[in-house]
Design a protein around this ligand. Structure first.
Ligand code: SF4
Length: 641
C-alpha cells in the first residue's frame, strides 16, 4: 500500500487529496495565457489523480523576458484563461497553484528576437549564457517586488489556490541570496530582504491563498548557494510561508543545470535528503523533487520523513494516470519515466511543445482526446517489434483491430534494446517493457523469432501490413572499413571484443557515440572519440549531454572535434580535420568503432509490393528516426488505420 503517498493533506487552507505533485515546468503549450492545449495538458494530470498541479512560471515584470511564449498575469484575457484552467483542475479534484517568476540574469539566448537586457543584483555574469547583467537600480527592485504582488492579485482573482515564488535554480531571488552574486552595499545586499518584501507584497495582494517558496536545497555548483546558505535562508523565511518546494542545482552553469531535470544515470530520489534537512530545520511542509519516477520511491521518501509531498513531474508527463493506477494497485500498468529527457525538457529547449518519448499523447491531448471508432475490424500484421511497430500495434488493437506483430529476433525492442546496453542507459530498456505491456493490455498477438516474408503474408492474408523493420548501421565506402578490427557500434553492444586502443568515429556524437566511448573506457581501453562536429554530444538534450560528457572527461577519453573519418589500414586510422582539411593519422589503434548513423532497412517493402494487402511504413525503415519520432509515428498510424 501507499499509506503516506495517498493520504490527504492540508497545505495552508488548501485541501489536497494526496501527496502527488506536478511541479512547475515550462511546457511551451501556451501563448502568454493558458489556452486549450495547456488546459487539456493539465486536465489529463488532474483527471489522472494528481493532488496538486503547479502551473508553469508567470513573468511578474517586463524585465523578466526569460524565453518565448512566457505566461504573464497582466496579458489580455489572463484572468479568464486562468479561471478556466483552475476550474478544470478543480472539477477533477486537483488544486492549482502558479509559479511567480523573475529570471534576473538568467536570460535564455533562445528568448527570441533581440536579447533583452538582463538585470541582476550586481553585474556578475553566469558562465552558461555568458550574458553580462546590469545592476538593478533601487526603483527597479521595488517595481519588481510590486510586480510579484500584482501578478498574485490577478491570479487570485482567477481563483487559483496558491502561489509559489521561484527562488530555485539561481533565478532572481536566489541571486539576491547568493553572496557571490549579490555584491550590493545598500540594504538589498542583505540576502533575504528581497524575498521578505516579495512575500509581503503577495500576502497583501492575495490574502488567504497558500504561499510557498521553490528553492534549490543546494545549487551544486562552485559559485552556487551551498546547503548551509539555503538552510539559513529557509529558516529565516519559514514563518512567513506555508510550504517549501525543494529541488537542486542552478541554471547558472552547465554542471549545475543538470539537476534541473536530472537524467537517467542519476539515482531516483537522490535530492530528497536536501528536502529532509530543510523540513527538519523549518518545520514547514516540504515538497521533494528530483527523479521521483515511481510511487514506491515517493512512498519511501515520505515514510522516512524527508518530505510531505513528492514532485513527480516527469512521471506524470509519461503517465498522467499514475496516481489512479497507484491507488488501484495497478503498479505494473504504470508507464514509468526513464529519465531520458528527450521529449519533455528536450523539446522545450528547442521551443517545441512538451511531450514524452513513450507517451506522445502528452502535449497533444487535444489531438488524441478520444480514439476514433473503427469502421471495420481489420486484420493487421506488423513487421518489426521496435518502438514504432509496438506503438502502432498497441494503439490499433486498443481501437479494436485484430493485430499480430512479428519480430525476427528473440526479444522485442530493436534499437531501444541496444540503447539500454550503454552505460547509465539501462533504464532505456524500460520503453520496451512498457510498450510490451501496452500491447498485452490491448490484446496484440506477438510472434518472436518470426521474420515477415512474402510467404508469411500470403499465408496470413492480412488486410494491411505495417512495415516497421527499422534500420541497419551505415558503413561508408572508405578504404579499410571491411577489416576484422573495424566494428560497428551495434556489434560492440552485442558483445564483440575490442582492443586496448580504440578510436570511436562518430558522425554527430549522440547517445551511441558517447555511450560506446564511455563503455570502452570503463572497460579499461584508451579511447579517442573522433567527432564529425563541434563537440561531444552537440545534438543531445542539453542536461543529459553535460552529464555524459562530464563522465567522458573523468574517464580520460580524448575528444577530438571536427574529425572526418577518411579510412583505415591495419592499426592506422586516417582522419581529416573538417575545418582545416589537415590530415590526422592515428597509429597503434587496435579497434576502430563506427558510429556513423543508420540506413533504412526497407527491402521488405519492395518484396511485398503488389501482393494485395495495403502497406504502411513507419519508423526507421522510412528514414532514420529518433525513438521519439518513431513512437509518435506509431501512434499516428495506429490512430488512423
Ligand atoms: Fe520521462 Fe523521457 Fe518521457 Fe521525459 S521524455 S517524461 S524523461 S520518459
Amino acid at each position: 500500500g501507499f499509506p503516506n503517498l495517498l493520504s490527504e493533506l492540508s497545505l495552508g487552507n488548501c485541501w489536497l487529496r494526496n501527496r502527488i505533485v506536478s511541479t512547475g515546468h515550462h511546457t511551451y503549450l501556451a501563448d502568454r495565457v493558458p489556452g486549450e492545449r495547456l488546459i487539456a495538458y493539465h486536465e489529463a494530470r488532474a483527471r489522472g489523480g494528481a493532488g496538486l498541479i503547479v502551473s508553469e512560471i508567470v513573468a511578474v515584470h517586463g524585465t523578466a523576458g526569460f524565453s518565448r511564449d512566457l505566461l504573464t498575469a497582466d496579458a489580455e484575457g489572463a484572468v479568464e484563461a486562468y479561471r478556466r484552467l483552475a476550474g478544470t483542475c478543480r472539477r477533477h479534484g486537483a488544486a492549482l497553484f502558479a509559479q511567480l517568476f523573475h529570471p534576473g540574469r538568467e536570460i535564455l539566448a533562445a528568448a527570441g528576437g533581440m536579447l533583452p537586457a538582463a538585470w541582476a543584483p550586481s553585474a556578475v555574469p553566469n558562465e552558461r549564457f555568458h550574458i553580462m547583467p546590469r545592476p538593478m537600480p533601487d526603483a527597479l527592485i521595488r517595481d519588481i517586488v510590486a510586480g510579484f504582488g500584482r501578478a498574485a492579485g490577478r491570479l487570485a482573482e482567477a481563483g487559483l489556490d496558491g502561489f509559489e515564488i521561484v527562488a530555485s535554480h539561481g533565478y532572481l531571488p536566489a541571486q539576491f541570496l547568493n553572496p557571490r552574486v549579490n555584491l550590493r552595499d545598500d540594504a538589498w545586499g542583505e540576502g533575504t530582504l528581497f524575498l521578505r518584501e516579495v512575500i509581503s507584497a503577495i500576502r497583501n495582494a492575495a490574502p488567504g491563498r497558500v504561499l510557498g517558496l521553490r528553492i534549490s536545497g543546494a545549487e551544486l555548483d562552485a559559485d552556487g548557494l551551498t546547503g548551509e546558505e539555503v538552510l539559513a535562508a529557509c529558516t529565516a523565511l519559514a514563518p512567513a510561508l506555508d510550504y517549501l518546494s525543494v529541488t537542486a542545482g542552478t541554471s547558472a552553469s552547465l554542471g549545475g543545470s543538470v539537476h534541473i531535470t536530472p537524467p537517467m544515470g542519476i539515482e531516483q530520489g537522490y535530492a530528497a535528503p536536501l528536502a529532509g534537512a530543510i523540513r527538519r530545520a523549518t518545520g514547514l511542509p516540504v515538497i521533494a523533487a528530483g527523479r521521483i519516477g515511481q510511487p514506491q520511491v515517493a512512498e519511501a521518501i515520505l515514510a522516512r520523513g524527508d518530505a510531505d509531498l513528492c514532485g513527480m513531474t516527469r512521471a506524470l508527463i509519461c503517465d498522467p494516470e499514475l496516481p489512479r493506477k497507484t491507488a488501484a494497485g495497478r503498479l505494473d500498468d504504470i508507464r514509468a519515466c526513464i529519465g531520458c529527457n528527450q521529449a519533455c525538457i528536450g523539446r522545450a529547449h528547442k521551443g517545441l511543445g512538451i511531450s514524452c518519448i513513450q507517451h506522445p499523447e502528452t502535449g497533444r491531448e487535444t489531438a488524441f482526446a478520444a480514439p476514433p471508432a473503427i469502421a471495420r475490424r481489420k486484420r493487421l500484421l506488423v513487421a518489426g517489434g521496435g518502438p514504432a511497430g509496438m506503438k502502432a500495434a498497441a494503439v490499433a488493437a486498443m481501437r479494436g483491430h485484430a493485430v499480430m506483430l512479428c519480430e525476427g529476433a528473440a526479444q522485442l525492442g530493436g534499437q531501444a534494446l541496444l540503447a539500454g546496453r550503454l552505460p547509465g542507459r539501462d533504464e532505456f530498456g524500460g520503453i520496451v517493457g512498457n510498450l510490451e505491456r501496452e500491447m498485452a493490455a490491448a490484446g496484440v498477438a506477438v510472434r518472436r523469432r518470426t521474420a515477415v516474408t512474402p510467404e508469411l503474408v500470403a499465408a496470413e492474408a492480412p488486410d494491411a501490413v505495417i512495415l516497421a523493420t527499422g534500420a541497419l548501421p551505415f558503413v561508408p565506402p572508405r578504404d579499410g572499413l571491411d577489416a576484422p578490427n573495424v566494428l560497428t557500434a551495434w556489434q560492440v553492444l552485442e558483445g564483440a571484443r575490442t582492443g586496448a586502443r580504440v578510436v570511436v568515429a562518430d558522425w554527430r556524437c549522440d547517445w551511441i557515440g558517447i555511450g560506446i566511448a564511455e563503455r570502452l573506457a570503463l572497460a579499461g581501453s584508451h579511447v579517442t572519440l573522433a567527432v564529425n562536429g563541434q563537440m561531444a554530444g552537440e545534438t543531445l538534450q542539453l542536461y543529459a549531454r553535460s552529464h555524459m560528457v562530464a563522465r567522458l572527461y573523468r574517464l580520460g577519453v580524448e575528444i577530438r572535434p571536427h574529425m572526418r573519418l577518411f579510412g583505415a589500414d591495419g592499426n592506422t586510422v586516417w582522419l581529416q580535420n573538417t575545418l582545416s582539411d589537415e590530415a590526422v593519422t592515428l597509429e597503434g589503434i587496435d579497434t576502430l568503432v563506427l558510429s556513423l548513423g543508420h540506413r533504412a532497412e526497407d527491402g521488405l517493402a519492395a518484396a511485398l509490393a503488389g501482393l494485395g494487402p495495403e502497406l504502411h511504413m513507419i519508423g526507421d525503415c522510412v528514414a532514420p528516426r529518433t525513438a521519439e519520432e518513431a513512437v509518435l509515428e506509431g501512434l499516428e498510424l495506429g490512430w488512423r488505420i
